[in-house]
Ligand binder design. Structure first.
Ligand code: PAF
Length: 282
């Protein structure tokens, strides 16, 4: 695996691969890799001749009071894991390489509508930061396929919509969430949890599953299910941000006849914000 820090060098490598007719997959990450990320790499390796992964803690998608400076940076272990799992190039740009005029002064990409609801309502500007950096990566790598986890379900839809709206010739692959044995969705931020918080954290998934079960048994009062979910999260010791049933293709509230749904939740365990979701077809 080659580690590449500049756009020019990465483009040079990709040019050679393209000239040989090779198919390229791209997996963006912020590092601190866990089994969920490795699963994304495996999907990429399976679908392309060459895999490019990036590690970049993107300042543009963090709010002023969020964890940009403390976000875990574990480059040595991450590099080994990527090399051992078939990645051909690790793109590791400095902030100044991607944002030469500063992240606050860069051209922005906003996916209107999807960006300011749910997580976007709690984290203003977050999805503009995500869409902007992912669009830049797409322009640099020009992959045939890019791989994202379904754990960040709203992010996945933002990316899909951006690709459609901007006519980018890239297939977006969403990959099911990888979970710990007790059901907790794998996340780089799980490491922030204290032992006590960690032992209660899987309740988030259990509450989602209970709602999934109610819907599969015929419950259709989604507002009531959401209120029950919020209460169940409070009872489990979380401070819920939202718990809601939405249409899986656009995250709008379901209307009679909608059959493809997703139950989404975001909740604080102490100072750690956890998110998770379950899709359901009724
Ligand atoms: O999901 C993430 O890790 C980040 O939001 C992403 C897609 C790498 C963009 O910075």
């Amino acid at each position: 695996m080659r580690t590449v820090r500049t756009i020019t060098e990465l483009r040079g490598m990709i040019h050679v691969w393209r000239n040989k007719g090779e198919r390229i997959a791209f997996v963006p990450t912020m590092g601190n890799l866990h089994a969920g990320h490795i699963h994304l790499m495996a999907q990429a390796v399976h679908r392309a001749d060459r895999v490019v992964a990036s590690i970049f803690v993107n300042p543009m998608q963090f709010g002023a009071n969020e964890d940009f400076t403390t976000y875990p940076r574990t480059l040595s272990a991450d590099s080994i894991a990527l090399a051992e799992n078939g990645v051909h190039a690790l793109f590791l740009p400095e902030v100044s390489e991607l944002y030469p005029h500063g992240a606050e002064n860069t051209t922005r990409v906003e996916v209107v509508g999807l960006s300011d609801i749910l997580c976007g309502a709690s984290r203003p500007g977050h999805f503009v930061g995500v869409a902007t950096v992912v669009n830049k990566f797409f322009n640099i790598v020009q992959p045939d396929i890019a791989v994202f986890g379904e754990k960040d379900y709203q992010q996945l839809l933002v990316i899909r919509r951006m690709v459609a709206d901007l006519c980018l010739p890239i297939t977006i692959l969403g990959v099911p969430t990888v979970r710990e044995p007790d059901g907790l969705a794998m996340s780089s931020r799980n490491g922030y949890l204290t032992a006590e918080q960690r032992s209660g954290a899987s309740r988030l998934y259990q509450v989602l599953r209970a709602t999934h079960q109610h819907i599969s048994e015929g419950a259709r009062d989604y507002a009531m299910l959401a209120e029950q979910g919020m209460q169940a999260l409070r009872d489990a010791g979380f401070t819920p941000d939202y718990f809601t049933v939405r249409r899986s293709h656009d995250l709008m509230l379901p209307e009679p006849g909608d059959s493809e749904l997703v139950v989404l939740a975001a909740a604080w365990s102490g100072s750690t914000r956890l998110i998770d979701n379950i899709q359901i077809d009724i």
